[in-house]
Design a protein. Structure first.
Length: 242
């Protein structure tokens, strides 16, 4: 029952994140105007806003103008629910699952915003950082998070000075703090390495299209992979150091 409730909570958070993804980069209020169809602007009824189930019941179309509803809505809601469910299965602790699930769900939203708008709102990234500081032992999480933020800040100044242009945003530093808080020092560096490798592969595949790839989605993916497989990764690190 706890797991089911956490998954349903994740669906609701995903519904909120859809609003944040579409409105925050445009400096729009997340409260006003109320939920409405982006095509005909008709206000939605409460039963049109049930996460995932309303989209399925309406067959992906507006109830009023019958225009297609973006697949992003159910996808974000489903991914958010899955993230919360995964956290509960791994941690078997309701409070910790809610905390880690909230951080991962916010990183999901930040990744989509960065991909679509090349902007990362502090209104989402800073709460994710604060929640990450509360995971596990808060003092240790705070220490590791600040250490990673300091390291990324130093790296930002050094690389920017060498490149003679800004190569890293403040949001990257915040995400680094989240990685340090959730994963610790060793796994945090592993996550950054994984993120860099995936980003390099994506860049090599897409460079001919001239696409500009933001780094935050890769940092978030590196964090998720490392967090999910932390035990085997730590075992591999022990074998290497031996």
């Amino acid at each position: 029952m706890e797991g089911i409730l956490i998954v349903l909570f994740g669906l609701c958070i995903g519904s909120f994140l859809n609003v944040a993804i579409l409105r925050m980069p445009k400096n729009m209020s997340i409260n006003f105007p109320a939920s409405h169809c982006p095509s005909c602007l008709h206000p939605l009824k409460w039963y049109h806003n049930i996460p995932l189930f309303s989209w399925l019941a309406l067959r992906g179309k507006c109830a009023f103008c019958h225009e297609s509803i973006s697949f992003q809505y159910p996808l974000v809601e489903l991914c958010s629910a899955l993230l919360y469910g995964l956290c509960y299965l791994r941690l078997e602790n309701v409070l910790q699952a809610l905390l880690v699930g909230s951080v991962l769900a916010l990183l999901l939203a930040l990744s989509i915003i960065d991909l679509r708008f090349k902007a990362v709102p502090d209104a989402l990234s800073l709460p994710a950082l604060l929640i990450a500081f509360c995971v596990g032992n808060p003092l240790v999480a705070l220490q590791n998070g600040l250490l990673f933020m300091g390291a990324f800040t130093l790296l930002r100044f050094l690389v920017s000075a060498l490149a003679k242009k800004e190569v890293m945003g403040e949001a990257d530093i915040i995400i680094a703090g989240i990685m340090g808080a959730l994963l610790g020092i060793k796994l945090g560096f592993v996550a950054i390495y994984i993120a860099a490798v995936i980003a390099l592969i994506a860049f090599m595949l897409l460079r001919k299209r001239g696409l500009e790839l933001p780094f935050i989605p890769f940092l978030a993916l590196g964090l998720l992979i490392t967090w999910l497989f932390d035990t085997p990764i730590l075992h591999i690190l022990e074998l290497i150091y031996e």
